[in-house]
Design a protein around this ligand. Sequence first.
Ligand code: COA
Length: 304
Amino acid sequence: MLTKKFTCVKVDQQKDGITWVTFNRPEKRNAMSPTFHREMMEIMTALQVDPDTKIVILTGAGTAYSAGQDLKEYFRETDGNPGAKAEAGANSRWRSDLLWMYDKPTIAMINGYCVGGAFTHCICSDFAIAADDAVFSLSEVNWGILPGGMVSKMMSDTVSPRDAMYYACSGRPFNGKEAAAMRLVTFSVPKRSLKRETLKLARELLQKNQNVLRGTKHAIRATQNMHWNAAADYLVAKQAEIKMRDAARGHDSYQEGIRQFIDEKTYKPVFSPYIGAGEGKSGAVKKSAKKRSKKSAKKATRKK
Ligand code: COA
């Protein structure tokens, strides 16, 4: 449990393992100052090993998700002070290096303006859910720099080269629906359902075995730039790591998942994780659970 209070960020921890990290400078549209980055680095580092946190949701207070780097405090006030600039730059890597291979699932809930440097944590979060009317903008070209801090590279790796070029060079704003169409975000929803849909995904992820989920996240990230053979080796090693981490808590997800499906017939992997996966539990499954699983499989088939 993270009990410390911060000046630019609010941390709210739910009992079920979902932790909300809210950028809290609404009067500055949650622009990212050096203090904000220092606090975010501390918070994200702490939550990664916090036993009460299973999933992190990033969002912004007020009308903005984040208006990007603070043009006054992050840029102008550190010009001519290489030490301060370097420190701010190093702390701002919570959005890139730290998030990219984070040990726990992360969701960016994009409630409003998402500008410039904020694209970094939009892209490096595992999932991004935007309000249909959120406003995205690569505004850099309009005020005198290119999309730096790796935003240009991340954009062209994430969306089509056509979209990256068009929005980076024109600086034209686009909305959440357009962001979803170009796959910059996972999906968009009407603002009134934003929190509900974000929590729905978070709760679904909580049902998975957290070691398997962590390994899966890492597999998708790390193999992106690997050659075939290196990726094959990485994936074998990562699966062995999952087994080892499960064993440390007296569990074996692989054996349990197969057993419940083949022997117990209590769930169908196409529709849900095995029973007890979220808690990493093994053991005989009750008849009631078996019935429940059959019902939910039927329901899922009917929906299609
Ligand atoms: N850096 C520093 N201050 C910022 C900021 C930023 N990125 N974005 C907003 N602010 C400040 C404004 O200067 C203003 O401060 P003030 O109240 O002391 O005058 C306050 O936040 C509110 O901004 P305002 O422009 O009045 O709000 P708005 O709701 O009308 O417009 C934006 C919101 C995001 C469209 C607009 O603020 C904007 O264009 N910001 C610049 C974003 C940007 O280019 N970021 C790129 C960084 S890489």
